[in-house]
Design a binder for this molecule. Sequence first.
Ligand SMILES: Cc1cc2nc3c(=O)[nH]c(=O)nc-3n(C[C@H](O)[C@H](O)[C@H](O)COP(=O)(O)OP(=O)(O)OC[C@H]3O[C@@H](n4cnc5c(N)ncnc54)[C@H](O)[C@@H]3O)c2cc1C
Length: 460
Amino acid sequence: MAEPAELRALAALVDTRDDEDTLRAASVDSGRIVTRKPRALAAPRSVPDVVEIVRWANRIGLPVALRGRGHTQGGQSLTSGGVQIDMQGLDRIGPVDEERQTLRVQAGATWREVVAYALQRGWMPMVLTNNLDTTVGGTLSTGGVGQSSHLHGTQANNVDELEAVTGDGRLLRCSATENRPLFDATRAGLGQFSAITEARIRIRRALPRVRTFRLLYDDLGVLMRDQAQMRLRRRFQYLRAWCRHRDHRFLGEDDDWSAAGEWSYPMDVSVECDAEPDEAGLLAGLHHRRLLSTVDRDIADFADLPEPVPLPAARHAPLSLSLPVTEAYLPWPAAAACVARVLERFPRALLASTNVMLRPLGPEPTPMLMLPATGHILGFGLIPYIPSSVLPFALPVIEHAGRLLVAAGGKRYLTGWVRRDHDEWQAHYGPQWMTILRWKETFDPNGILSNEFIRYRPAA
Ligand SMILES: Cc1cc2nc3c(=O)[nH]c(=O)nc-3n(C[C@H](O)[C@H](O)[C@H](O)COP(=O)(O)OP(=O)(O)OC[C@H]3O[C@@H](n4cnc5c(N)ncnc54)[C@H](O)[C@@H]3O)c2cc1C
């Protein structure tokens, strides 16, 4: 526990707050399941500020947790009694490097700000998540999966260089050719080894408009075959799909979803364009039962399209909603059967307010992001929007679904609701576990960074 004099020493270095309102807001993340109250919140305005905070924490032996905007759902950015570092003050963006097709961004900038900056200059980041309020440092530390991940993998896979402060307070640059172990540990590293302060992200030229075709499938296997083809032929830059129960309606939807069976599988496929696209050519050879709709959008509006929210959740909107997201990457050959098994066992009462997301993942050589060892991978996500009062009943059921996904050879995506003991963490990382322990020792020898999520040692 930091003494008042030590906190005053921190406050002399950087903007530090410990009033009740600040601490209450810093105690929860988007999941609204875990509460951990920090001792104080430090808000760096510059890279040297981050160095000072981390060195201060090492001197007095107090943990720090890094926070972008707290969009995780399992307490990943929280600390009980430590100092939370609010990275939002590091928000500088630019310049674009046209030759290398990269953009410099500080870690606290939101992807909304990055997209606005890039689009003004005719560029787009390679991958965007569904939620543009996330920060660059936050998603590079978790992975960052989105509608173009079938082609480009994660955001963490589309960064050429990072600047980061290690857990023992060293400010370093790292990339595939410089300080490689730090680069590999930091991308999708959940803030366990270093604090990202700046990134050089990859960008590409963008076209002004996006056309989206909403296709309806009756069969998951057929949809997956088309997804695999889209990955290979690279016809669509963007792709998102869902499993949808007959009783399940999205807020504001007026499409006719009528399905032959209990489930239907809608998929949005989109292309950027500056002229009329060849619709017949784009859709040729696909096996959807029906084309539900065709929509044109300005690319900025398209980038900011939120995930549709299920109706029952919207009805509960004034209540406190929890979001115990359970997402995993499944080996392609086992995926359809695994999805069917999980959905069969998922209570209908929860299903009505749960989005079920399907997103294939392309090439992904990011060492900290654990994936099944198959060429093709399907991302499967249960996104339940449920009143917090229902959690005691719902969490065991949702955790069971998570275990089924792992039993089928899946690897959990770690932004969601994840509760594990030491052995389960070791199993998750598999052969990478010993490397992780070595990186922890090298970059954060005092165990200062985010030490309440991954269990590095068995419980005493
Ligand atoms: C509505 C909603 C939709 C979402 N959609 C998607 C999606 O489509 N795709 C997807 O991949 N994710 C999605 N997410 C999850 C989100 O992208 C991640 O949870 C991630 O947490 C980023 O959010 P953040 O920037 O607020 O970071 P935080 O949640 O604050 O932090 C995330 C992790 O990164 C660490 N961290 C934060 N900043 C830094 C830093 N500068 N250096 C090192 N470590 C740091 C934290 O300690 C924590 O472990 C969604 C979340 C919500 C709530």
